[in-house]
Design a protein around this ligand. Structure first.
Ligand code: HEC
Length: 406
């Protein structure tokens, strides 16, 4: 996915995943009634976004710490979303059926991504050193995972690979990261795009600023509950820190084709079920304690790692794992202690991607940490499930007009 292709944008060769579609491309094709091949692909100039603030406030001290991200669909997924007009909230509304659970459906060849970057702006520059930047690197799990000062260390990145201060301990060459220089258009969208006012303002990029790929969420529709994996840059790829492990790293060394540098510097975390052993697709409720299952944690430390119970998961018990009348006691299905980002699982939270008349075009409070979610859970009644794709939730992805360029 990160191999370099012959496709170029403003003179820069793009990596495979960069050539894939953004939800905004699909929205534009829908609006202009065009095929995906016919829409202008320079909309929003690869759609950089301002750094997220939501769930990351603690990382903002020092202020230059946070991430910038975007969503990508492979061509097949973009086509499925376009065919079904899944990014149109009016279409979703027509699918809502009183008392029933309806769903949109993706197909087995669909893949979705969420790459995250650190845009190294003057804010990250080391005083007196024009080609050296710093950022905070995840160094593993500490109790509770917060605050930032407890789980990260400052590292330095030199844009000059020959800089004598490079020691591969605290100072690294930028060549060790998948990186590029910001184009003028990317800098513009980075400075101007907006999403529900959830971004961190106060930082701005200019053309030429280095951008490093910090990590990437990757999800494929090969199974009904999708496969979930995430990659993040790590100091020692053979012995990566939580949520990856040496066992996962060993798997990576068994590949037929060896990973090339700098892709080989990224650790992986995987979530192929919510609990181990995997619990059924539907049915329930299930008494978790009686089942004796072990939670499967899968998260990207730079995205979900800092999510707190109070801020991101306040409704798990009040709205979901409670008594649902005659349908049984969902309280017993609640895994006590899994209530923050460090104890989360991609599949659980993405199970919750659903839409109904009570949450029309509003930010939701439906996020879950690592909990078992059955597809026919009572809270889905009268809703349309978004087939695990949160980006379909109206309002989550900014419309093309908000990721425009000058
Ligand atoms: C607490 C909830 C939560 C958790 C945990 C979570 N995500 Fe997401 N994810 C979201 C939301 C919300 C979005 C939508 C962001 C947007 O549209 O801007 C999203 C977007 C994505 C996307 C883009 C496509 C789409 O429609 O969802 C991918 C791929 C993705 N996440 C993968 C993962 C992976 C892999 C993990 C685990 C390593 C993970 N997510 C963990 C909430 C979560």
């Amino acid at each position: 996915m990160t191999e370099t292709t012959n496709q170029k944008y403003k003179g820069r060769k793009l990596r495979r995943y960069e050539t894939w579609y953004a939800p905004q491309d699909v929205m534009l094709a829908m609006k202009e009634n065009k095929g995906l091949g016919e829409v202008s692909r320079d909309l929003g100039a690869l759609q950089f976004r301002q750094k997220f603030k939501f769930g990351h406030e603690d990382e903002l001290n020092p202020q230059a710490g946070d991430i910038s991200g975007k969503v990508k669909y492979n061509p097949a997924m973009a086509q499925t979303a376009l065919n079904g007009k899944f990014l149109d909230s009016m279409v979703l509304k027509t699918m809502i059926k009183q008392g029933e659970i309806n769903t949109v459906n993706f197909t087995t060849n669909n893949v979705m991504l969420k790459p995250v970057y650190r845009v190294l702006t003057t804010m990250n520059q080391v005083e007196g050193k024009k080609d050296t930047y710093y950022f905070h690197l995840w160094t593993g799990k500490k109790d509770g995972g917060k605050p930032d000062s407890l789980f990260s260390k400052k590292i330095y990145v030199c844009t000059n690979p020959k800089d004598p201060s490079i020691d591969n301990k605290t100072t690294y060459s930028i060549e060790k990261f998948i990186h590029h220089k910001m184009s003028e258009d990317e800098a513009y969208t980075y400075n101007h795009s907006s999403k529900e006012g959830q971004e961190f303002v106060g930082d701005s990029a200019i053309a030429g600023d280095p951008v490093i790929l910090l990590g990437m969420h990757v999800s494929t529709r090969e199974t009904k509950r999708w496969t979930w994996q995430s990659f993040y840059w790590t100091e020692n790829p053979d012995a990566p820190v939580f949520p990856s492990s040496s066992v996962m790293a060993a798997g990576r060394n068994k590949l037929n084709k060896k990973l090339e540098s700098p892709a080989d510097h990224y650790a992986v975390t995987i979530g192929y079920s919510m609990m181990s052993p995997a619990l059924p697709y539907d049915g329930g409720p299930i008494d978790i304690a009686a089942k004796g299952v072990t939670p499967v944690y899968a998260l990207n430390p730079y995205i979900e790692g800092t999510f707190t119970e109070k801020e991101v998961f306040p409704n798990q018990l009040s709205d979901y794992y409670k008594n649902w009348g005659a349908e049984g006691n969902y309280k017993k299905q609640f895994y006590i202690g899994n209530n923050d980002g460090i104890t989360s699982n991609c599949m659980s939270c993405h199970s919750q991607a659903y839409y109904n008349n009570q949450m029309l075009d509003a930010a939701v409070g439906g996020f879950l940490a690592d909990q078992y979610v059955n597809r026919d859970a009572p809270w889905f009644k009268g809703s349309v499930q978004l087939d695990f794709a949160w980006s379909l939730f109206p309002g989550f992805e900014p419309p093309p007009s908000k990721v425009d360029q000058p």
